[in-house]
Design a binder for this molecule. Structure first.
Ligand code: T4K
Length: 391
């Protein structure tokens, strides 16, 4: 743990003092449930001699996820990116699809990879999710769909986007990579739009080492993506649809099942950490922690601080000071997809329509949380902010 108290600038590692933490404190350190449960499931896997391709653990994981979220179908995949690609293709998206630029690059790449143009719409600076009016402005005759992202596990404007999609006959997909266990209007994320996509990457709230899923209430769509996940095979030697290899392996399903059983512990730890950060940073001028609506269900997986002009130093100076303490805070999702390749070269003027995206991306710092982070550790991180704030 920490080996010093931070009260003044000379206490900071960036100014030559020893770092506060001996061990690296990462954003995205995996939350892992009961290892003996996992070991038991792995034994079961070996006993069954079934390692991948629609195995019994994957089926169990799918039915548990569908039940938890309250959707008819969950089709598990090897990661969230492939799940996005398969959903995009199954929905028949083509031409242009409207997405936020303020998201992980996979959302945009899943379109570009399939020859579809991601058209970046701006975000609401308060929610960090798509601004419905900005979406309307980006619609052209080539638009075939919208992908809303529930960034940080906070819902995209589902009602407004559904209205726009209905009015214009567009497909509506949600990238719910961050939003497992979060609700909107009391309904868990997963059942909105034509389909939603989860990620179960190691750093995610529910982790399966690597993994993803398409969830939907549409029977035909579920059947189609199930085929597409396995090269289009409908039985031995019978291919009836184009497809790829999107299969989740059994060991990942074992991890997913283990962690699903421990999910309440993770929520409790994340919630306690969120409240500790919120309290600790409440009176630090120029720092705004994004809120979770506590009337809804939340996974509290991301602690997101926004640094405004009232703070005496920039976001990058804060990140540098934290890294020196071995606190590997992240600048997610800087600089925004439109300022990354290939989009930067393809659409050099996209930023003109994305002022909120650019402002937010330049100001956000994401802080460590999860079951391995304690209130004492958080207090040290907060002290770094306090000293940088000058008091
Ligand atoms: N849509 C959205 C909105 C997403 O955020 C993502 C993924 C996707 C789609 C695509 O889903 P997947 O295809 O990934 O299932 C990470 C993750 O790789 C990525 O899954 C995630 N979003 C994104 C937000 O974060 P990086 O480049 O920061 O990854 P990485 O592996 O460096 O991990 C982040 C930090 O976590 C590291 O600084 C260290 C720590 N870590 C990581 C791993 C893997 C650990 O402490 N232990 C570990 O085992 O993107």
């Amino acid at each position: 743990m920490e080996s010093k108290t931070i009260r003044q600038p000379s206490d900071l590692a960036v100014n030559g003092a020893p770092p506060a933490f001996k061990e690296a404190l990462h954003v995205g350190r995996p939350n892992v449930g009961d290892r003996s449960v996992f070991a038991g499931l792995v034994d079961q896997m070996f006993d069954q001699n079934w390692l991948t391709n629609d195995g019994p653990l994957v089926r169990q994981f799918e039915s548990r996820v569908a039940e938890y979220v309250g959707v008819k179908h969950c089709v598990a995949m090897n990661n969230g990116t492939i799940a996005l690609e398969i959903a995009i293709r199954a929905l028949g998206m083509q031409g242009e699809v409207i997405v936020p630029s303020y998201t992980f690059i996979a959302t945009a790449h899943a379109l570009h990879w399939q020859g579809i143009t991601p058209v970046f719409a701006d975000i609401d600076p308060l929610t960090h999710t798509l601004d419905a009016d900005a979406v309307r402005r980006m619609i052209t005759p080539r638009t075939s769909g919208i992908i809303g992202v529930h960034l940080w596990g906070r819902p995209a404007p589902v009602r407004e986007l559904t209205k726009i999609a209905d009015e214009h006959g567009l497909k509506l997909l949600f990238d719910a990579a961050h939003a497992f266990g979060a609700s909107l209007g009391g309904q868990l994320i997963g059942g909105f739009g034509h389909a939603e996509v989860f990620s179960f990457h190691a750093t995610k709230f529910l982790n399966a080492f690597e993994g993803g899923a398409i969830v939907t209430n549409d029977d035909a769509l579920a059947a189609q993506v199930r085929l597409m996940r396995n090269f289009g095979f409908a039985g031995f030697d019978r291919v009836i649809h184009p497809g790829t290899n999107g299969k989740m392996v059994e060991v990942c399903a074992a991890m997913g099942l283990t962690n699903l059983a421990a999910i309440d512990t993770v929520i409790d730890a994340n919630r306690a950490n969120y409240r500790a950060y919120r309290e600790g940073l409440a009176d630090v001028g120029g720092i705004r922690l994004i809120d979770y609506d506590e009337d809804e269900l939340n996974n509290f997986q991301y602690i997101v601080a926004e640094v405004d002009d009232a703070f005496p130093v920039s976001r990058d100076v804060i990140v540098e000071a934290l890294w020196a303490e071995n606190v590997f805070a992240r600048k997610y999702f800087w600089p925004g997809c439109h300022r990354m390749q290939p989009y930067r070269d393809l659409y050099p003027h996209a930023g003109l329509m994305l002022p909120n995206t650019e402002r937010v991306a330049d100001r956000v710092v994401v802080l460590p949380t999860g079951t391995s982070v304690t209130p004492d550790m958080i207090a040290v991180v907060i002290d770094v902010f306090r000293v940088l704030a000058g008091g």
